[in-house]
Design a protein around this ligand. Structure first.
Ligand code: 6GU
Length: 230
């Protein structure tokens, strides 16, 4: 899978060299490219933003710069690309979307900053062939830009690509594979730590009872996880 991120802060993406994602990149499972948006500016100040039409606070990212950057990526692309525009106003990212993205040929992340990217960029690329456009948010809070969201999405997506996780069984019983369902709690040695004992049933050797207990615990945790903040 090709992954291209367009950003004014390329350094944000350094952590993708680490751990499993780093290995996937070095091993050729993913082909990662980070583009600096400012390389697509044409003025001497490398301007990427301007004041909003209609007034209001903040700055809006200029469509010409984004258009030139995205065009340069699409010019090399073969097949269908998925353009992911990161914005707190987007569709909420979920494990189901991670699974969908893990089958993409080419993910292109457009990391907006400030008050976002001129809305015509989304409209323009929605009407192009060989491209699917997704406006995506990672949750109900505001970040300074899409970079951290792109990192989170990349990690969630790349670990689903066959061969990236050593033991694919780890992907089967995971939290969020079913919407709203999270995993049972995990325990390892020692059997007692700071006065806290591992639930006896887990050392009973009774696999049926263990499975039932885990299902019960997963249910309790799922209810708590999904409870609205009070
Ligand atoms: Cl994708 N961008 C920004 N700026 N804030 C966010 C977000 C994205 N997702 C949640 N908050």
């Amino acid at each position: 899978m090709k992954i291209t991120a367009i950003t004014i802060f390329p350094d944000y993406f350094a952590p993708l060299q680490l751990s499993l994602i780093g290995k996937a990149s070095q091993g050729g499972v993913i082909e990662l490219r980070i583009l600096n948006l400012r390389d697509f500016t044409t003025d001497s100040h490398h301007t990427v933003d301007d004041t909003p039409y209609g007034g209001g606070a903040g700055m809006v990212m200029k469509p010409e710069v984004w258009g030139d950057a995205i065009d340069s990526v699409l010019a090399e692309a073969v097949g269908i690309a998925d353009l992911v525009i990161l914005t707190p106003a987007g569709k909420k990212f979920t494990q189901a979307i991670a699974t969908q993205f893990s089958k993409a040929e080419h993910l292109i992340f457009a990391c907006g900053r400030y008050e976002g990217i001129d809305s015509r960029v989304t409209t323009f690329y929605q009407n192009q062939k060989n491209l699917r456009v997704h406006e995506v948010s990672i949750g109900d809070y505001v970040l300074n830009g899409g970079e951290v969201a792109a990192l989170a999405i990349t990690e969630a997506v790349v670990r689903l690509i066959p061969g990236v996780i050593g033991n694919p069984d780890s992907l089967v019983e995971e939290s969020h594979n079913q919407a709203g369902v999270v995993e049972y709690p995990a325990f390892t040695k020692p059997p007692e730590w700071r006065g806290l004992k591992v639930p006896e049933i887990l050392t009973s050797g009774n696999h049926g009872a263990i499975a039932n207990w885990r299902a019960e615990q997963a249910e309790i945790r799922s209810q708590n996880a999904n409870r609205e903040q009070e």
